[in-house]
Design a protein around this ligand. Structure first.
Ligand code: GLA
Length: 388
């Protein structure tokens, strides 16, 4: 995590010299369960030790937000009562979450905010959810007497993506950022919203991310198309079975998917086929983890990569290559992580193979693409919190 003094010094310098409160929220990893959240399935994320830190203070105005994005060196003022809101994408997260918190009854007024991050942007580690939950945590504390529940903050973060940022995402990222706990992964049932903490200390293994540095950008992207495909399939199945209740692909069986194959077309069929498989894989991984069977966990990760690449079509050449390098090096499990279209692979690797794998992946990837992948060792950290 970053240094509080670093953020504080910028806050003091760019505003009126006074200090505020400091809040932090993490990015996330996800062991398995990709594109299952908006399909009512299971996900298996954990918060990381990297994220967003923000210093915030009410400034006594009715609705003026004075904001400074430290990493971008970008200073902007805007008004919460302006229906258009700011144009800069980073500022839309602040504007959006403030309006969503108002909808939850928090009387948000003008405030000053400076923030910075150490979670790589566009790497599929949910830097945007880290922003939303960090700002929500601050606004809840400063204006809302901390009355808004953690779940409502998760939903406010998701609504910010939907209503102000153009991404029709699920709830995994905001959930992980708010509820994360050091040393634990979380299995979340995205339909019932029940979850459990799973202490994750795989003896003799390491989790490492390799960031391809291909920027993943979900806004206005084919992410929303994937979601539409899933919804089309559910609608077709519901029409065929008026007696049943079909809200998401979670409610649909393999047989029902086959029944509508011709009607929905190959593209939607293949995407839904991935989701049904992924739903089963998450459950298989949970069982395997309980038995300490990391070989099965790893095998399922490879299957997920295959599905994300060939069925859901959210991979890219660089990520497929990182996956091949993992296989070549005997890595137990490897797959693209997060929404896709760039970003990282997550790798479960035996400790004794780690150094060789990293050295080989760096050298071969650099030879092919002109730059090394960024190596990010995973440390599972805590969720959103007030630091001071
Ligand atoms: C993005 C979204 C999440 C989830 C993942 C894919 O990170 O924000 O809601 O759908 O993609 O699993």
């Amino acid at each position: 995590m970053m240094d509080i003094e670093f953020v504080r010094s910028r806050f003091i310098k760019h505003f009126d010299g006074k200090t505020g409160n400091v809040y932090a929220s993490p990015g996330r990893i996800n062991l398995i369960g990709e594109h299952t959240d908006y399909n009512g399935g299971f996900v298996f994320p954990g918060a990381v030790d990297k994220g967003i830190m923000a210093e915030m203070r009410a400034n006594g105005t009715e609705d003026t937000v004075m904001a400074y994005a430290i990493d971008l060196k970008d200073r902007l003022d805007f008004h919460l009562n302006d229906p258009a809101g700011p144009k800069a994408s980073w500022a839309r997260y602040i504007y959006g979450i403030a309006l969503e918190m108002r909808k939850l009854g928090v009387p948000v007024k003008g405030f000053n905010i400076a923030f910075a991050g150490d979670v790589p942007l566009g790497a599929g580690m949910s830097s945007s959810a880290a922003m939303e939950s960090c700002f929500a945590c601050g606004l809840n504390d400063i204006f809302g007497e901390n009355k808004v529940s953690q779940w409502d903050m998760v939903l406010a973060g998701q609504a910010t993506e939907h209503n102000y940022c153009g991404v029709n995402c699920g709830i995994m990222d905001q959930f992980a950022s708010v509820f994360g706990k050091a040393g634990c992964l979380m299995r979340l049932d995205c339909r019932s919203r029940e979850f459990e903490y799973f202490p994750f200390k795989p003896d003799g293994y390491k989790l490492v991310l390799l960031n391809s540095k291909v920027k993943h950008e979900l806004a206005g992207s084919p992410y929303n198309d994937r979601r539409n495909s899933c919804e089309n399939v559910v609608k077709a199945i519901a029409k065929k079975h008026p007696e049943g209740k079909f809200e998401t692909l979670r409610d649909c069986t393999w047989e029902q998917l086959e029944e509508v194959r011709a009607e929905v077309g190959e593209e939607d069929y293949t995407r839904a086929h991935f989701v049904l498989g992924e739903k089963d894989r998450v459950l298989a991984v949970c069982d395997a983890l309980l038995e300490g069977d990391y070989e099965t966990v790893g095998q399922k990760m490879y299957e997920t990569h295959y599905g994300l690449s060939k069925e859901y079509e959210v991979s890219c050449e660089e990520l497929d290559y990182l996956n091949d390098l993992a296989k070549e090096n005997g890595v137990t499990g490897s797959r693209i992580m997060g929404g896709g279209f760039g970003g990282c692979t997550i790798n479960l690797v035996r400790a004794d193979l780690y150094n060789k794998f990293i050295a080989d992946a760096k050298a071969k990837f650099a030879a092919k693409y002109g730059h090394e992948p960024e190596v990010i060792d995973v440390v599972i950290g805590d969720g959103s919190r007030k630091l001071c």
